[in-house]
Design a protein around this ligand. Sequence first.
Ligand code: MC0
Length: 153
Amino acid sequence: MWENRRMDNTDLFICIDHVGLAVADLDEAIKFHTEVFGWRVLHREVNEEQGVAEAMMGTGSQLPESAQIQLLAPLNENSTIAKWLTRNGGPGMQQLCYRVADIDAVSATLRERGVRLLYPEPKTGTGGARINFVHPKDAGGVLLELTQPGTGH
Ligand code: MC0
């Protein structure tokens, strides 16, 4: 059953890095996810370029391969998260993020396969990661982030 679970050179992605939830208020969302679901805050930061205040949530026994929950709150009304919250009518799942080893190589392969990436070059994401996004229209209706973790991951 698990015999195909080895990385081979046709794999583009290492694992699901995180699932991003858009929230209106970061502190309230952290309170909810810690008190109700027992998640812990692993990391918090503000990313001005992306227009977000974020918290990465995980468990104490987290393996490096385990996906995290990313809470994303808008920094201002121009933030993509603010737009998403308005269009969606409230909080919800905004993105799915795959971890990659080499974002330049993976981006080149995806572009060859006709997939649109949002940025010509990767930008800076959580913990100094290099990130880019596949347009939701080219990913089955899901905003797909690619992340190549920084050294602080
Ligand atoms: C928009 N659409 C989505 C979507 N956002 N579909 C699925 N998931 C989403 N999150 C759909 C709309 O429903 C619409 O479909 C079409 O895409 C175009 O929408 P739009 O109104 O033009 O949308 P915009 O202007 O909000 O742009 C969408 C776009 C934007 C994906 C380009 O959200 C973007 O640039 N996202 C990447 C950056 C980002 O999300 N940053 C925040 C996370 P219809 O059918 O109505 O045409 S920062 C982060 O994640 C970092 C910190 C990290 O993890 O390291």
